[in-house]
Design a binder for this molecule. Structure first.
Ligand code: DAH
Length: 340
């Protein structure tokens, strides 16, 4: 401990101000006043009283400093007293040092974000947005799409029927038909929407889910256009090094049909790059001539391609979500990670 009176005063000043700042009420402040400025025991008062024992040449400067500290501490005591008396002061029970409550910030659901991003990429490639009814007929959902009603997909085991031949659409493909009937080619559309199936709710299935349909119909549209457009989409969505591949498949409404897979390049936190496995992103194909003629267009003149994809699956891949149900349960602690 120093005995240099200036250093003693500096320490006393700091201690007194700290004690004043943390005093909870008027009694606490009075105790601080007595401890530092009290006539008999006050530690600052003691320095003033001890001036006489200092060498005469030091007395004026130390006396001046002691009076300055006394003034500062007195002012701080008054200020804190006033603050404690204010209606919203600490004595009122309101703790002004508590951090404020942030207002809630809303955000788009992660699946909605995926739909928007996918749609915006196709919009930039010249596609328009289309929609169709969620309750549709067997004709639009199956027959017009070259799917006979004895096809397993049309079975009541798989499809939710409303009345007679009216059902909840089991895919967004009926929007293809309705668009071809309504608008003359060239057609380039994206149709996101809800679809319904008689599925058990589990980690990878829900009875209602989003699909995004794509359709291109024009004169002279070939498989090259199909492959190039989907490749461009994949590179814009997943990055320029993304590869795509087409695996032969079967859908009644396309010929040939394909399942499209992507292989992405991911960059690890340490900067190294790694290829992912092939991931299936959609069903697709060249539109079957029967579908084109069912829509009243001439399949000799028009050709096209189409796809259907699940944005929830794409959002799961993107964010590393392994249970589809988290997208439906809407726990805010989960959803808030996607607010941006
Ligand atoms: N409708 C199909 C389904 O729900 C997905 C699909 C496959 C759509 C191929 C298409 C397509 O347009 O060409 O499983």
């Amino acid at each position: 401990m120093t005995t240099n009176p200036r250093e003693v005063l500096a320490t006393l000043e700091a201690e007194a101000l700290a004690a004043i700042a943390t005093a909870a009420d008027a009694d606490g402040l009075e105790a601080v006043r007595i401890a530092f400025l009290g006539r008999s025991e006050g530690r600052i008062s003691a320095v003033l009283r001890g001036l006489g024992s200092l060498p005469p040449e030091e007395r004026p400067a130390v006396g001046q400093e002691a009076n300055r500290v006394k003034g500062v501490v007195t002012a701080a005591l008054e200020e804190r007293t006033a603050a404690l008396e204010r209606p919203d002061g600490p004595a009122s029970g309101t703790d002004l040092t508590l951090p404020g409550r942030r207002p809630w910030r809303g955000g788009l659901h992660p699946v909605t974000q995926a739909v928007d991003e996918i749609w915006h990429i196709f919009r930039d490639l010249g596609f328009a947005r289309a929609r169709g009814p969620e309750a549709d007929t067997e004709w639009y959902n199956f027959e017009a799409l070259n799917t006979p009603l004895d096809h397993p997909a049309a079975d009541e085991q798989d499809t939710l029927y409303l009345v007679d031949s009216v059902l909840l659409r089991s895919h967004t493909s009926p929007v293809q038909m309705r668009t071809m009937e309504t608008y003359p080619p060239p057609i380039r559309i994206i149709a996101p929407g809800w679809v319904y199936r008689r599925d058990t709710y589990d980690a990878t299935h829900t009875p209602a889910f989003m699909q995004i349909e794509g359709l291109v119909i024009d004169e002279g549209v070939t498989f090259v256009d199909f492959k190039a457009t989907l490749g461009e989409f994949a590179r814009r969505y997943w990055g320029p090094d993304t590869q795509i591949r087409f695996r032969p498949s079967f859908f009644p409404f396309t010929e040939p049909s394909a399942e499209v897979d992507v292989k992405r390049v991911i960059t690890r936190p340490d900067g190294t790059r790694e290829d992912t496995d092939w991931l299936e992103i959609m069903g697709a194909g060249m539109v079957d001539p029967n579908v084109i003629s069912n829509a009243g267009l001439d399949p000799e003149r028009y050709t096209g391609w189409a796809f259907g994809m699940g944005p929830a699956r794409i959002a799961m891949l993107k964010h590393g979500v392994d249970d589809l149900r988290t997208f439906f349960e809407n726990d805010v602690r989960f959803l808030e990670q996607f607010v941006r």
